[in-house]
Design a protein around this ligand. Structure first.
Ligand code: THU
Length: 131
């Protein structure tokens, strides 16, 4: 099994911990650091809907809060017919911590994948370079 297949499996496994009583739409993420630490994340919803935290942001915030800021890959798994398309807020949080060249693997519920870079997912992004 390749590393990428392992990360996909970890993101799929994480989905069982998604807290999704309102949408019933679990999302799982698996974020890999440059030194091969792995952080999973799930979406965590709230009765006050706007407080929901997406799976990708959960994984990134877990990693950053543990002192990791250099990432080499993220896998995102959705309960979707096509490979999941990450929301705009998560793309913006990804570009805060990850380089445009970082590979992103998007996965559908049947396991089919779409690979692209973060820069392809979020072109002409707003970053600290513009501040
Ligand atoms: N969701 C994610 O976790 N990541 C995304 O990129 C898209 C949306 C979650 C938020 C909410 O819990 C559910 O999917 C439906 O929007």
């Amino acid at each position: 099994m390749s590393n990428k297949e392992k990360w996909i499996e970890m993101a799929q496994d994480a989905c069982k911990n998604a807290h999704v009583p309102y949408s019933n739409f679990p999302v799982g993420a698996c974020l890999v650091t440059e030194d091969d630490q792995v952080f999973t994340g799930v979406n965590i919803e709230n009765a006050s809907f706007g407080l929901t935290n997406c799976a990708e942001r959960t994984a990134i915030f877990k990693a950053v809060s543990e002192g990791y800021k250099n990432f080499k890959h993220i896998v995102i798994v959705g309960d979707t017919d096509q490979p999941i398309s990450p929301c705009g807020a998560c793309r913006q949080v990804m570009i805060e911590f990850c380089k445009p060249a970082m590979p992103v693997t998007l996965v559908a519920k049947d396991g089919s994948t779409l690979d692209m870079t973060l820069g392809e997912l979020l072109p002409y992004s707003f970053t600290e370079d513009q501040l």
